[in-house]
Design a protein around this ligand. Structure first.
Ligand SMILES: *[C@@H]1O[C@H](CO)[C@@H](O)[C@H](O)[C@H]1NC(C)=O
Ligand SMILES: *[C@@H]1O[C@H](CO)[C@@H](O)[C@H](O)[C@H]1NC(C)=O
Ligand SMILES: *[C@@H]1O[C@H](CO)[C@@H](O)[C@H](O)[C@H]1NC(C)=O
Ligand SMILES: *[C@@H]1O[C@H](CO)[C@@H](O)[C@H](O)[C@H]1NC(C)=O
Ligand SMILES: *[C@@H]1O[C@H](CO)[C@@H](O)[C@H](O)[C@H]1NC(C)=O
Ligand SMILES: *[C@@H]1O[C@H](CO)[C@@H](O)[C@H](O)[C@H]1NC(C)=O
Ligand SMILES: *[C@@H]1O[C@H](CO)[C@@H](O)[C@H](O)[C@H]1NC(C)=O
Length: 427
């Protein structure tokens, strides 16, 4: 029986997640890790889906026939999106990998269409059909069926919304296109987050086209925001698709890494247990651990996001008059903020998930093991990517998993591939 046939029988499907630590180098790279035990350990057991979760439905979905976008021409982008938004992982990777890739796919596909139509937006009716068709295509390739809510996908994501200019000719006459292209054709994903050259050019262009509106508003911020999407669609027509994708994801990463995406629940137990004198260290650390374990269940986050989260939590604790560094007292590390104890921190520029017939979905983690969560000092209130006052040796640079981009000080950086193996059992 072929593997595909097994999938389609779908009698009983158990997804088992294996955690395979494949160290890229020998062990001396990580002397600090107490026991780099390579035996597989269970990972993410709590999200194990129900046995009836459909695997890949290879049937071609029935589309509306009313969407003029050519999804075939965006095949590669769509494939990557379906992997980044893979069923059970979509909610966990939403913020960092799934939704930014979906957004880039929409932008580039629409940009391509504008070469034919001369328009950088669809009307509402068209948009509704296209969003729904794209969703069906993605689900057909294994993506979560809840993308709409996970990624706030609305039909407005393909329309002009409140932006007054969508005609390519009109756009090009209102915008200094060479200036915009110069700033955005080659975006360095690390420098851009600090210097914001392309982001500022996009804002500038969006502001300029916003001013073309026939009825002026006192507050243009919503319009400018909508116009930024239009500017990005235009940019996507001028860049090679792969370059456009890199640029859009790079811009998204700057935004992503600036904020902690976790929701901080009530801190009553911590404030009750961690008095300033820390008279009851065990009680305090117990409360901290229990609190952090709640945070861990939320999402996979990037190393820079973990830093943001540590700063947010530390600041909140300080507001509760907890002035002692309880992160240090209780050994809270950066990886503690990411999903589960295994602590997969994604790189600050996460690479796309990869699907393999045999191993399933895998993605790369930057495991900065045992990097203590920095306790915010009053002077450094934000973990900004640019002026990084943190001196932790292995603080992840705003770099991708290209080793060449890491800080020289990084000695303990370990990249490993977290392989999530799907084991199919037929009953
Ligand atoms: C596969 O897709 C078809 C057509 O969209 C649908 O009718 C069927 O229920 C799907 N099967 C599964 C297991 O999701
Ligand atoms: C859609 O794009 C594909 C690949 O670029 C092309 O072969 C096909 O003709 C296009 N279809 C339409 C309707 O334009
Ligand atoms: C769609 O638009 C909404 C509102 O502007 C935005 O929050 C969301 O991120 C967009 N979704 C995608 C997938 O681009
Ligand atoms: C929306 O756009 C489509 C395709 O461009 C067109 O056929 C349709 O008439 C438009 N609908 C409205 C309400 O403008
Ligand atoms: C926006 O308009 C200002 C003022 O006319 C101009 O200096 C600037 O170059 C324009 N920027 C873009 C990106 O079009
Ligand atoms: C201390 O923390 C525990 C949970 O770790 C909680 O049950 C208890 O209520 C807390 N005590 C106070 C005084 O807040
Ligand atoms: C923190 O301490 C200050 C001064 O001791 C006090 O005024 C304030 O109410 C305390 N805040 C909290 C949240 O306990």
């Amino acid at each position: 029986m072929t593997r595909r046939a097994e999938f389609e029988m779908g009698l009983f499907l158990v997804l088992q997640f294996m955690f395979m630590l494949s160290l890229c180098s020998s062990e001396e790279l990580l002397p600090e890790i107490s026991s780099p035990d390579t035996s597989p350990q269970p990972f993410l057991p709590f999200i194990a889906p129900s046995p009836m979760v459909p695997f890949i439905n290879t049937t071609i979905p029935k589309l509306s026939g009313l969407c003029s976008l050519n999804f075939t021409a965006s095949e590669g982008l769509i494939q990557t999106t379906s992997h980044n938004c893979w069923t059970v992982f979509a909610p966990l990777l939403a913020n960092v990998m799934c939704c930014p890739q979906l957004d880039a796919t929409l932008t580039i596909t629409l940009g391509k269409a504008s070469k034919e139509t001369g328009l950088l937006a669809l009307n509402r009716t068209q948009s509704k059909h296209c969003v729904s068709d794209l969703e069906k295509i993605l689900v057909g390739k294994g993506a979560s069926s809840k993308l709409r809510s996970i990624c706030s996908l609305y039909s407005s994501n393909l329309t002009a919304s409140s932006c007054p200019v969508i005609n390519v000719d009109e756009f090009e006459s209102a915008v200094d296109t060479s200036k915009l292209l110069l700033a955005c054709e080659k975006v360095d994903p690390v420098k851009e987050c600090c210097e914001q050259a392309c982001q500022n050019a996009i804002l500038d262009a969006a502001t300029n086209i916003t001013l073309k509106a026939s009825e002026p508003l006192t507050d243009n911020s919503v319009r400018i925001n909508d116009c930024k999407n239009v500017v990005q669609r235009w940019l996507a027509t001028k860049l090679e698709p792969s370059q456009a994708k890199e640029t859009l994801r790079g811009l998204a990463n700057c935004k992503i890494n600036r904020v902690c995406p976790l929701v901080f629940p009530d801190m009553r137990d911590i404030s009750g247990n961690c008095s300033n004198e820390l008279s009851n260290q065990m009680g305090c650390c117990g409360a901290m651990e229990s609190y952090v374990s709640h945070l861990q269940k939320q999402a996979l986050i990037t190393n820079l996001q973990a830093l943001d989260c540590a700063t947010s939590l530390g600041t909140k604790l300080q507001k509760l008059n907890i002035t002692k560094n309880v992160f240090s007292v209780c050994h809270i590390s950066l990886k503690d903020f990411s999903l589960q104890e295994s602590g997969c921190l994604l790189p600050s520029l996460p690479s796309d998930a990869i699907f393999d017939q045999d191993t399933g979905i895998s993605f790369t983690c930057d495991l900065n093991d045992n990097i203590p969560a920095p306790w915010p000092s009053s002077s450094s209130s934000s973990a900004s990517t640019c002026k990084k006052p943190v001196t932790i040796p292995a603080l992840p640079a705003a770099a991708s998993s290209q080793p060449g981009l890491y800080n020289e000080g990084v000695t303990r950086l370990v990249i490993f591939v977290l392989s999530l193996v799907l084991v199919i059992l037929l009953s």
